[in-house]
Design a protein around this ligand. Structure first.
Ligand SMILES: Nc1nc2c(ncn2[C@@H]2O[C@H](COP(=O)(O)OP(=O)(O)OP(=O)(O)O)[C@@H](O)[C@H]2O)c(=O)[nH]1
Ligand SMILES: [Mg+2]
Length: 773
């Protein structure tokens, strides 16, 4: 045993001691394990949950799902991978995907993002994406990768989704990760783990998605993969270790040494298409020994088998290491790190081998649905072809041939010509066409099996709907949809010939983070979204795709109204004007709650019927849509009704709904109401010489500076700042950094606005209200 390995023994012992307390089997990933917002909404009463628990059959373990696979399904799934490419803006996801498509023979030539040939990368198919050099929509494709295993060629099938990095398009990442089994996290070798990488990491955790990390841009000056790995360990708190060391750096990057199998892999050919194995360069022997030891130590920390091998003072074999990396990666305890340069065509192919080696096939991920015939009891959805079809519509897109719906098949087979049922609406549709997607092109197919992704046409649904063949009634929990934080008023410049409304309807349907509302008071159409860029892109798309030029107002912050203290609720709604009267009385409390509006009824002895209580809830929810202070949404109100009165003749649902509405408003005003504003996480990166001026700029905005990372030439400043202060920041930053600064903005939480701002907003609102009278 080498000296450095022996030095690792104590760590291995520590690891074994620690893991003795935890289970040895790879942990099962329940997808998604946390019931998400929409999912919560369905569990509105505690009885339903209790009943569901009673009726629930135990979920199948992964082992039993695997044991039950038919030999055809096992053979089909073993070589299938559904993966996403996600990370920070500009880290090279689309450039990487372009190489994947080229090396797998899916495209015949490589085109660059903003390349000189003006063609643009395959996956950025929208004109706007090509012009701006950013990904706006995620794009799905598939390809086959021939991998050599024990001297034999094995054909792996990949379904792949390239996602955008900009936080404004975060829903695209969210829905891709909801349906994928694994991901490649692309990190820039110079910038390391950046703010959006941290966001994407959070999203991956939300859906239990295992990931491989690829450190890209190793050809850039100042590339430092070791620092980036350190940041994956510390910033993402995910144990990570390199499986490779680079051969040459920056301009001289030639390939990598695979330190698991101990092979030097060089890229040769005009596009780096040939991987040539050569002897390991002598000068790399020390670093290889060091990094291999780090890899084994990290694995010993997360995998019992490697820890035990260590304790026996043995060195694990390459196969033992591969098995451990696979186990730990799928169990979300580890991320293997590879490195190279997509643009310079270096070392992309080993990432594809790693996808096969370390990311799960669809039968290794547990998927769970809710059985609607058993009070939404969780039910396993094994990827067996002979079971009834269950699939999730995760993305909608208006295509040349009508509405395109992307579906992930979880169970059974979807076939052209079959009738599918939308679980939410009960609507049946005969499937006229079924296709596999290749960015904006498609290939017609007649059937698609469990575990795969496909596209259908002419299916009426919303994003997140579940489809079945009608034999079962199962719903898949939907994805997390963040709330829009910014709004704009918008109107067509000339009279609308119908195209403006068409565009609004379409974009709203496709993108759940984009909402359109008509304000009947100001007679304005208000669009809301995730950020300035998000709305700007839609305004531009309306112009290009629908030929409608629009006038937009100033961006407005989506404020919230909340309460600081509790207040009693005692409201009687009574009206006696000819005809039938109206009567409803409700008594209870209004309390602050955290981040949610909750209605609770504790009325005993049937003093108010369930039907009327539901009407009070409706009135309360309605009132929360437009708060009494400034007409913005209410957040964090908990209304409890525990008493009241009903009139035999005059009480009605309408009367109780009205009481709920006005009762809430009355109590709210007594509960120390406040205006909340969105606070954003800001990350600004710029050359070091601008650090002083950026700090000055952020201080002026009353930002709270939380962290500063100083790199060789650049620094990144992290701060929390109100969204209000950040409007127009792009121009300001450009002016202060000679155009060399970049920034990202992500919603963090709501906080009380300053007293002056609150006063101003309330005064403005009251003035507007008075003008209406
Ligand atoms: N030097 C260098 N530049 C790269 C590399 N990979 C990508 N780039 C460049 O980085 C820029 C961004 O690349 P993209 O592939 O569009 O990045 P992305 O991650 O898809 O960006 P978004 O989808 O907008 O988040 C482009 O100018 C690429 O040419 C690389 O390996 N080395
Ligand atoms: Mg991209």
């Amino acid at each position: 045993m080498s000296g450095s390995l022996r030095a690792l023994l104590p760590a291995a012992r520590r690891a074994l001691g620690r893991s003795a307390a935890c289970t040895i089997n790879a942990h099962v990933s329940l997808k998604p394990s946390i019931p998400l917002q929409l999912h919560f909404a369905r569990y509105s009463s505690s009885e339903a949950t209790a009943e569901a628990e009673e009726e629930a059959e135990p979920l199948q373990s992964l082992e039993s799902i695997k044991a039950g696979l038919s030999s055809e399904d096992a053979a089909r799934l073993k070589y299938m991978r559904n993966i996403g490419i996600s990370a920070h803006i500009d880290s090279g996801k689309t450039t990487f995907t372009e190489r994947v498509l080229y090396y797998t023979g899916r495209i015949k030539a490589i085109h660059e993002v903003r390349g000189k040939d003006n063609v643009g990368a395959k996956m950025d198919s929208m004109d706007l994406e090509r012009e701006k050099g950013i990904t706006i929509q995620s794009a799905a494709t598939y390809c086959d990768w021939d991998k050599v295993e024990n001297g034999e060629l094995k054909k792996y099938h990949f379904n792949l989704i390239d996602t955008p990095g900009h936080i404004d398009f975060t829903i695209e990442v969210e829905r891709a990760l909801r349906v994928l089994d694994g991901a490649v996290l692309v990190v820039c070798a110079v910038s390391g783990v950046q703010s959006q990488t941290i966001t994407v990491d959070r999203q991956m955790r939300r859906y239990n998605v295992p990931r491989i990390t690829f450190i890209n841009k190793m050809d850039r000056m100042g590339a430092n993969p070791w620092k980036a790995i350190e940041q994956v360990n510390t910033k993402l708190k995910m144990p990570a270790a390199a499986l490779q060391v680079p051969i040459g750096m920056e301009n001289n990057l030639e390939g990598v040494v695979d330190i698991v199998n101990m092979k030097a892999l060089y890229n040769e050919g005009a596009r780096g298409e040939n991987i040539v194995e050569k002897p390991i360069p002598e000068e790399l022997k020390d670093i290889i020994e060091e990094k291999r030891a780090v890899l084994i130590e990290t694995l010993a920390d997360v995998d019992d088998e490697i820890a035990e091998i260590y304790l026996n003072e043995e060195i694990p074999t390459a196969q033992q290491m591969i098995d451990a990396i696979r186990r730990a990666t799928i169990a979300l305890k580890f991320t293997p790190v590879l490195m190279g340069s997509a643009l310079a065509n270096r070392s992309v192919q080993p990432v594809l081998d790693a996808v096969c080696d370390y990311l799960p096939n669809p039968s290794e991920v547990e998927n769970v649905g809710l059985d609607l015939t058993k009070n939404e009891a969780p039910v396993s959805l094994p990827p067996y072809s002979n079971l009834p079809f269950v699939g999730l519509a995760f993305k909608l897109e208006e295509g040349r041939f009508g509405q395109l719906t992307y579906v992930r098949v979880y169970q059974g087979v979807i076939k052209k010509g079959m009738t599918i049922v939308n679980t939410r609406t009960g609507k049946k549709t005969k499937l006229a066409r079924l296709a596999r997607m290749h960015s904006d092109e498609m290939e017609d197919v007649s059937e698609v099996n469990a575990g795969e992704i496909c596209a259908t046409f002419g299916v009426e649904c919303s994003s997140g709907d579940t489809f079945t063949d009608g034999q079962v009634s199962v719903a898949l929990s939907s994805m997390f949809v963040p709330e829009p934080v910014i709004s704009l008023s918008i109107a067509p410049k000339s009279r609308d010939n119908g195209n403006f409304s068409k565009a609004m309807n379409r974009f709203q349907k496709e993108d759940p983070t984009f909402t359109v509302k008509f304000d009947s008071e100001s007679k304005e159409t208000i669009i809301s979204g995730m950020g300035e860029l998000h709305l700007e892109i839609y305004v531009e798309r309306i112009k290009r795709e629908y030929n409608v030029e629009c006038i937009t107002g100033q961006p407005q912050v989506a404020y919230r109204e909340s309460l600081l203290t509790a207040a009693p609720l005692n409201y009687t709604h009574k009206r006696q004007t000819g005809g039938a009267g109206q009567f409803a009385k409700i008594v209870g409390d209004l309390k602050p709650s955290k981040d949610q509006n909750i209605f609770e009824s504790n009325v005993v002895g049937g003093k108010i019927s369930e039907k009327f209580l539901a009407a009070v809830d409706k009135g309360f929810q309605e009132a929360c849509e437009k708060g009494p202070l400034i007409g913005h949404k209410v957040l964090g109100a908990h209304m409890i009704v525990n008493d009241g009165q009903t009139h035999l003749v005059d009480s009605s649902e309408l009367a109780f709904r009205t009481a709920g509405y006005y009762g809430f408003r009355e109590s709210f005003m007594k509960a120390n109401p406040v205006v909340l504003e969105p606070i954003m996480d800001v990350a600004i990166t710029a050359p070091i010489e601008f650090q002083g001026s950026i700090i000055g700029l952020m201080n002026k905005k009353n930002a709270l500076i939380t962290d500063t990372d100083i790199g060789t030439d650049e620094f990144t400043l992290h701060a929390e700042c109100s969204l209000n202060e950040m409007f127009g920041f792009a121009t300001l930053l450009r002016a202060n950094t000679q155009g060399k600064g970049e920034f990202t903005l992500e919603f963090k939480h709501y906080a009380q606005a300053s007293p002056q701002l609150q006063k101003q907003l309330i005064a403005d609102f009251q003035k507007k209200e008075r003008a209406k009278q």
